[in-house]
Design a protein around this ligand. Structure first.
Ligand code: NAD
Length: 295
């Protein structure tokens, strides 16, 4: 059990903080949204007037924020938390952000004798609620060892990818592949349907054949083929197109910086950007199927 402050209680952070309470930790929360805070207080958390007040007495601080600019603002900004935390505090950022931003925050944290790791997650809102997230961490081995028991309260698979920023790199690679797989699966299903095949039958065939993949196994994008997935509830909830577009932007920027070639990732980025631009940013990312099958 630890005294933990959790900042950023959105679709992911809310259920993650609830699981930390269930795991027996003393949890203080903060979010700009009063209703998000109220939901956690109802689950047993305490709260404070500001992020800075919320971290007083914390052994561990966890953030789950939308993007790099929010992470920089919370840790390095005028009211920056790194300035306020005592040496030795464990700081975990689980937001998906650029590796450079994670390294920048880590450097300032280390200079203040804080222990910082980047720990982005995979597994979506379902995984956050069920406590089965995958954590992909970057930082010192000793900091990872300290963070692991806390992360186990929210996840099942906890990986150490390498030094600071490595968690973000691995996360970006994974999501780029996921976007390519989802777009490719949607394209194959649409081609089959154009030929008069039943998408459910085609899905089963491809699942058992060499085209089998995660989208076909657990997240089929064609409406009505699979129960309980966003495609079967008009693409509501899940992992939003706008967040996938953000992650593909991170992959693209990273490839430019490192002079890497990502032709498939670049195409996927353009497809998701086009889809978002057509007003679908708030839908689940499997709605990319609509680009191939307009409804
Ligand atoms: P979200 O927009 O639902 O939640 C973000 C929360 O941060 C909001 O409640 C917002 O009020 C709060 N916030 C923003 N600025 C703040 C500040 N300065 N101080 C305090 N609170 C602040 O986003 P989400 O879906 O929970 O995603 C969070 C992160 O996790 C993102 O980086 C996302 O890419 C990543 N992620 C999301 C999913 C998913 O399926 N949604 C899956 C894996 C990773």
């Amino acid at each position: 059990m630890a005294r933990i402050t959790f900042i950023g209680l959105g679709n992911m952070g809310g259920p993650m903080a609830t699981n930390l309470i269930k795991a027996g930790n003393e949890v203080t929360v903060f979010d700009l949204s009063k209703s998000a805070v109220a939901a956690l207080v109802a689950d047993g958390a305490t709260t404070a007037e500001s992020a800075r007040a919320a971290v007083e007495g914390a052994e561990c601080v966890i953030t789950m924020l939308p993007a790099g600019m929010h992470v920089e603002a919370v840790y390095l900004g005028e009211e920056g938390l790194l300035e306020a935390l005592p040496a030795g505090t464990l700081v975990i950022d689980s937001s998906t952000i650029a590796p450079e931003t994670a390294r920048k925050v880590a450097e300032v944290a280390l200079a203040k004798d804080l222990e910082f790791i980047d720990a982005p997650v995979s597994g979506g809102v379902g995984g956050a609620k069920a406590g089965t997230l995958t954590f992909i961490c970057g930082g010192e081995e000793s900091t990872f060892d300290k963070a692991k028991p806390i992360l186990e309260g929210m996840g099942k698979n906890i990986f150490h990818a390498g030094p600071s920023g490595a968690g973000q790199v691995a996360k970006i690679c994974n999501n780029m592949l996921l976007a390519i797989l989802m777009a490719g699966t949607s394209e194959a299903l649409a081609l089959g349907a154009k030929n008069g095949l039943d998408p459910a039958v085609l899905s089963e065939i491809m699942k058992q054949s060499s085209g089998g993949n995660w989208a076909l196994n657990v997240y089929n994008p064609w409406p009505g083929v699979m129960d309980g997935v966003p495609a079967s509830r008009d693409y509501q909830g899940g992992f939003l197109v706008k967040l996938m577009t953000k992650d593909l932007g991170l992959a693209f920027d990273n490839a430019v910086t490192n002079q890497a070639s990502i032709p498939m990732g670049s195409l996927a980025r353009n497809l998701f950007q086009l889809h978002a631009g057509q007003g679908h940013g708030e839908l689940d990312f499997s709605s990319i199927q609509r680009l191939y099958k307009p409804e």
